[in-house]
Design a protein around this ligand. Structure first.
Ligand SMILES: *Cc1c(COP(=O)(O)O)cnc(C)c1O
Length: 399
């Protein structure tokens, strides 16, 4: 085995690098989850999560990966045979769709070429056709992690309203929450699904459902079997900061710390930082003369960039070269994109120099692997970051 000195660069779009502060918070004795101190922790977390989801509604926390929270959203809202309208923006949307099928739901799918987000006009047209209101929900992945495309949820909300359709709106924010602006209440979302290991900077193992009143009403008559995932007991216990079953106590210590970190930086600053790093990355990709998978600049993801390989070049061979030579993990191409793209994660606990290390590693890897490209992408990104830093220091002086 080769020995690698220094820190591994974990630049996949989740799990992300866990900051030392969070690791230290997790490294504490597990407490009695029915004891008096636990309720205080639970209440503080609930209040913090509401700010992050931008909601006044309850946020249910599961000891599960994001996939568990997908299942929770479906089994709480629907009955066997219910029809859902889903937009296949990429690999994650198609996994959610497959899950719905396995649970006995019918899915009407709006297909895409995996290079763009959910088309609000197509959603509106499908809902207008559905005069009988057979469609019970529209399900969209906010940030499609397989493609680096962010769908515009406010436009989907508008489409549902324009069609005057009662469907619920379910949104997966697993790779956008706490990195890209997201507003559960203002955007009229009924269930927001999220996970711990991406923008929240935690290890894998927690996931979330933010639940609107309308969704809770739907849950009262929903007939799909559920017990572990059932919202009612979770929400009832959550009012006093507790859980009906043993929570992932130490991950909750970490979540408490993650919320503190996001608050110290300020959510708007967190979003601006992700936007800056995403823009710098795209400038690097263009300077390399490589192509960004996302074709709509209004839908570029701020948490990851999927980069297309030149014809005849294997993305996984490049990733292997970079891992072996520079100890950096990049995201693989998923589903139909296997071998065709690699994904650069630029989210979570991240700064200008982490990005520069990442982009330098990619550029050195392109050279080492013999992938045709132009040099200077990392320098182009650096120039942009310098410009941004100059702007920030001018603002500080003006203030
Ligand atoms: C990571 C991810 C998932 C899957 O979550 P797991 O934690 O792996 O179960 C689902 N949707 C999106 C958009 C993701 O990025």
């Amino acid at each position: 085995m080769t020995f690698y000195s220094g820190r591994h660069f974990l630049q996949i779009p989740g799990p992300t690098n866990v900051p030392d502060r969070i690791l230290r918070a997790i490294d504490a004795p597990t407490m009695d989850h029915r004891g008096p101190k636990f309720g205080q922790l639970g209440l503080a977390i609930n209040a913090g999560l509401k700010r992050i989801f931008q909601t006044q509604q309850p946020v249910v926390i599961y000891p599960a990966s994001g996939t568990g929270a997908w299942e929770a959203a479906l089994v709480n809202c629907f009955s066997p045979g219910d029809k859902l309208l889903m937009v296949e923006t990429g690999h994650f949307a198609s996994l959610w769709q497959k899950m719905a099928g396995k649970l006995g739901l019918q899915v009407e799918l709006i297909a895409t070429d995996w290079r763009r987000g959910a088309d609000a006009a197509a959603v509106e047209a499908k809902l207008r056709e559905d005069k009988a209101h057979a469609i019970k929900a529209v399900c969209v992945v906010h940030n499609e992690t397989s493609t680096g495309v962010t769908s515009r949820i406010p436009l989907i909300r508008k489409a549902i309203d324009a069609a005057n359709h009662p469907a619920l709106l379910l949104v997966d924010t697993i790779s956008s929450l706490a990195s890209i602006d997201y507003r559960h209440d203002e955007w009229g979302v009924d269930v927001t699904v999220a996970g711990s290991q991406k923008g929240l900077m935690l290890p894998p193992g927690l996931s979330f459902n933010a639940v609107s009143e309308k969704a809770r009403k739907a849950a009262q008559s929903a007939q799909l079997p559920k017990s572990y995932w059932a919202w009612d007991e979770m929400i009832a216990a959550g009012k006093s900061g507790y859980f009906p079953y043993t929570p992932a106590t130490n991950l909750l210590y970490g979540l408490h710390e993650a919320i503190a970190m996001l608050q110290e930086e300020g959510l708007q600053q967190v979003f601006a930082r992700h936007a800056r790093h995403a823009e710098a990355t795209r400038r690097a990709v263009r300077a390399w003369n490589l192509e960004i998978l996302c074709t709509n600049p209004e839908e570029y993801s701020n948490t990851l960039t999927a980069v297309m390989m030149p014809a005849g070049q294997d993305a996984d061979a490049l990733r292997k070269t970079i891992l072996e030579a520079y100890d950096m993990s990049l995201g693989t191409g998923l589903g139909r994109l296997a071998g065709k793209v690699f994904r650069i994660g630029h989210l979570g606990d991240f700064n200008d120099l982490t990005l520069m290390g990442t982009l330098a590693g990619v550029e050195m890897g392109l050279a080492l692997a013999g992938v045709p490209h132009k040099k200077g992408g990392a320098q182009t990104a650096a120039d942009y970051l310098v410009e941004c830093a100059r702007g920030r220091s001018a603002q500080r002086i003006a203030a």
